[in-house]
Ligand binder design. Sequence first.
Ligand SMILES: [Fe+2]
Length: 489
Amino acid sequence: MRRKKFNYTDDEILDVIFPKKIFRYDKRPKLVIVPHHIAHAASVFFTSGLKKAAILVIDGQGEDSSTSIAYGEDKTIKVLKSFPIQSSLGYFYEAVNKYIGFHYFDSGKTMGLAPYGKSIFNFKNIKLGNSGYNIVLPRKLKYSPEHLDEQETLVNLWHKKIKEFINQPNSIKYEFEKSKNRIISKLEIPQIYKDFATSAQAVLEKAIDHLAILAVKMTGCNDLCISGGVGLNCVANGKLLYNPLVKTLYIFPAANDAGVSAGAALYASALYDKNADFSRLEHIYLGPHYANRQIRKILNESKIRYKISNNICKETACLLAKNKIISWFQGKMEVGPRALGNRSILASPLKKAMWKRVNIIKGRELWRPFAPSTLEEYKDEYFENAQSSPFMLKTFRVKKNKQSLIPAVVHIDGSTRPQTVSKKTNKKLWLLINEFYKITGVPALLNTSFNRFGEPIVCTLQDAMAMFYNSGLDYLVIDNLIISKENKK
Ligand SMILES: [Fe+2]
């Protein structure tokens, strides 16, 4: 569906995607318009490796829907049921996030805050029933094709409703700390807002579980695919693993709108390419990378000294075991919101103090948790109800006897959101963790994205060096080169 406000002709759209000044073509390329939720559904189903699946798309909004249940079989996707924008779980969570004082698109913070509170608020206006769910707000949303989307209207309606629970929205002030060159929030979040986060997370988990059951029942298929921004709620995903009706759970690593372009392309491919073969997405290291020669040229030009290592994994593991914090820049950049070991900040998970140190380096709130990258082979030893989680999208409980071994990556409720690393998909990261294991006996490293508060994950060498030299990071490891702060010529 095309919104009235953006009712461009095919030629106008093509001129944006393939400007004739750059792409010379005589025959106009075929333009396929893919509805937003179909693109989300295609992104997850056509990369799942499944022949048949129940598909759940949960996001803020896609045209006139907020949540969709679909069925995927071979090269087809059929939407079976859609829920209106008013029932948007994505906008509900955004509204909660904003009310707590976080910025738009910072929903991960609300999820991370939830374990610090108690579920004391009852969202009776989110009604679950046999045919799905609906959300009752102080006034009914008027859908207008003139608007870009209904996010602001719905968040404001939700804020009117939330006032019944808590009179005032919280305000978090971020200040720039000049001496440490970082932005940090100064105020402690009052307990009532933590309780609010817990309550909102609990109702979201309940709604997602309910929708998962409905999707399985409607499709007769208990292999479930999830996409849409709410699919990044790893805690809710982790809870689904306890649902006996869900046999397989696959979530697209770029479940948010970053993944819809891939989804639209996959959908068009399913429609028009007879030879298209949709196998399981094994990894998402698909971004830009640098050849070793290129890296050394850039470093030499920047007058940065480096040490060439003959065994980079062993040497880096030794530094990590000595509690050095490493920025790790390797191979092709990851797609999606998680750093999966190619643009990562790595640290030892053995001491709880590392939790605070890495948060300070990143300029993040000190309460925000970290996750480990763990050797795939040890997942059952460390996590309850463990499954492979190559894209860091499911939360598990850390086994009681292991919690004290990796305190820097265990949240206060005993949970964590690991990346399980296999030799097949990221050999270098696997070897590094294995070397760390040989030294410490722990097959895991703290792994967080290589970026600072409010900035995207570093992509280029220049991005990496800018962050390294302006932060408390101890070493920058690029390919087989080690750079320390003393090494500037
Ligand atoms: Fe979306």
